[in-house]
Ligand binder design. Sequence first.
Ligand code: ATP
Length: 242
Amino acid sequence: MATTAIRFEQVHFEVDGHPLLKEIHANVKAGGITALIGPSGAGKSTLLSLCNLLRTPTAGHIYVDDKEVRDWDIQVLRQKVGMVFQSPTIFPGTVEDNLAYGLRLHGKSLADGVSLLRDVGLSEDLLQQAADELSGGQKQRIALGRTLAMEPQILLLDEVTSALDVHAKQEVERTILALQKKINATILWVTHDLAQAKRVAEDVWFMQDGQLVESAPADDFFYAPATSGAKAFLEHMEVTEQ
Ligand SMILES: Nc1ncnc2c1ncn2[C@@H]1O[C@H](COP(=O)(O)OP(=O)(O)OP(=O)(O)O)[C@@H](O)[C@H]1O
């Protein structure tokens, strides 16, 4: 894989004439974790949704592995660029059915549900259990496992721990970090939790009003943000998190 996993070139996105993303121009480093932070409504989720064509940019280009997203076969793109959301989607059926769901859409079957369960930190005993009977944290791991079954090279994580209690949050976070090391995936991780961003990210992107205002190594960003917008955001978050 190239050193850049995703390249945004002057990306603009609007709905009904309202710009939601403006002139996004940046590279996501391959094989690392980039935290995407910023106030509510800044456009973080919208940016993620463009990377696997849940939405299409109005202007500009996004390259995944040096190929424009619109030139990818969409099924292949979505296999390569997996996404996990804040609320896990659970389908009727067993845990195994749920893990196999994406693969089945691609005409494949689940080879090793047990090892996948282990990868997401769940006991193999759960494989035949009804998935909707599990706890919130377990469901989020199943959603993660379903995405991982596709062997994605890039993971888009949208607030994946914010609906979980403290314990489940830490567990899921640890699971993601361990997996990232194991498969060397590139992760673009939207989080409202600054402590989490500090723990997991090598790089930070700060968004505000549809713009990518600042991107920097996490240590630099948190120690000395370069823009007044990022400074004000960090100060505000410090106050509200206390
Ligand atoms: N389909 C849509 N039509 C119109 N406006 C939309 C649509 N989807 C999102 N928006 C608006 O786009 C802006 C960016 O939304 P987005 O969800 O990307 O922000 P965010 O930074 O992820 O916010 P949060 O942290 O609250 O999840 C918001 O003002 C939102 O209301």
